[in-house]
Write a protein that binds this ligand. Structure first.
Ligand code: SF4
Ligand code: SF4
Length: 89
């Protein structure tokens, strides 16, 4: 069964689970006043933590997000800020 909480890779040691959200030191926060809903961040996220709906509204979910910052680096409109986990925004 697909587990939304964990990534389940299969490697030399068999199946194991990774709680990738526990790696997060910085949290990506989308600034909707700058976002043009292009979806580029979704296509770059390595753990599929960014979702889009039928209205092409993109959201970051934090169950898998590991805080790598790729989405912030690739956003052409600088609409994603990386803030310290536990910080305010
Ligand atoms: S890449 Fe940037 S502008 Fe495009 S949907 Fe993501 S946050 Fe919005
Ligand atoms: S920080 Fe990394 S893992 Fe989290 S949403 Fe952005 S690209 Fe995905």
């Amino acid at each position: 069964m697909y587990d939304r909480k964990h990534i389940t890779p299969i490697g030399d040691d068999g199946i194991y689970t990774l709680d990738t959200a526990s790696w997060r030191v910085f949290r990506p926060v989308m600034n909707k006043s700058k976002c043009l809903e292009c979806g580029i961040c979704l296509s770059y996220c390595p753990v599929n933590a960014i979702i889009g709906n039928e209205n092409k509204t993109y959201l970051i979910t934090y169950t898998h997000c590991k805080g790598c910052g790729i989405c912030a680096a690739e956003c052409p409109h600088k609409a994603i800020d990386m803030i310290p986990e536990g910080g305010t925004k």
